[in-house]
Design a protein around this ligand. Structure first.
Ligand code: GLN
Length: 209
């Protein structure tokens, strides 16, 4: 599958999307967002959250990200931010968003009503690329799993958009989107486009209120 960067790929026009850039795969997210017409903004400090319409929390090592977040009150500021603003977590980003984390248990922003088990599909060597049907229109989605967490419980308000065998791997709860795989490392911008549509809807609703 090739990246579709045709004129229809304008889902992000006029949107500024923060990408948490403390550690991990943030550049690849910024590139996909740019391809879709959005303006990515790297977020390294609490003040970088100002003026963004949505936020991507990338994959990487959630424990390392937490260490950075525990400085300068960033954790509490980010917690308030993700509570109210569209946020897309991938892999470690899902671990940070989840209400419950196991293997081992660790602190989290507690916003997305799921339980995640870290490193649940095995070690780095068990990382894999799969294709799976999803509720997004079009072909099966390419899913790159790297030391991925497993979503072992979803709350009643969580919509499951794609699964790996029976495990949810792409879920949405209101203004939150979460993928336990890495859509930014594949060749298919549909998951990011879906997120940008969520952000645009949220923004126009906020403007109307
Ligand atoms: N294993 C990592 C963690 O527990 C997540 C891996 C990833 O983001 N690719 O934080």
């Amino acid at each position: 599958m090739t990246v579709n960067t045709s004129v229809e790929d304008t889902a992000g026009n006029g949107l500024t999307i923060g990408v948490l850039a403390l550690q991990g795969a943030y550049d690849a997210h910024a590139n996909v967002l740019r391809q879709l017409g959005a303006t990515p903004k790297l977020v390294r400090l609490p003040s970088d959250l100002e003026g963004i319409d949505g936020l991507v929390m990338p994959g990487g090592e959630s424990t390392t990200m937490l260490r950075f977040l525990e400085q300068r009150g960033f954790f509490d500021i980010l917690k308030d931010f993700v509570h109210a603003t569209p946020t897309f977590g991938t892999c470690a980003g899902v671990i940070l968003l989840a209400t419950d984390v196991s293997n081992p248990s660790q602190k989290s922003l507690g916003t997305l009503d799921v339980t995640v088990e870290r490193n649940s599909y095995g070690r780095q060597i068990d990382s894999t690329i799969l294709h799976s049907e999803s509720k997004l229109p079009g072909d099966p989605i390419e899913m790159v799993f790297i030391r991925a967490p497993r979503i072992t419980r979803t709350g009643a308000a969580v919509e499951i958009l794609a699964t790996r065998q029976n495990d949810p791997v792409l879920v949405r709860e209101g203004h939150l989107l979460a993928a336990t795989f890495h859509p930014e490392l594949g060749h298919d911008p549909r998951v990011h486009r879906y997120f940008l549509d969520m952000v645009a809807q949220h923004k126009s609703k906020a403007a109307a209120d």
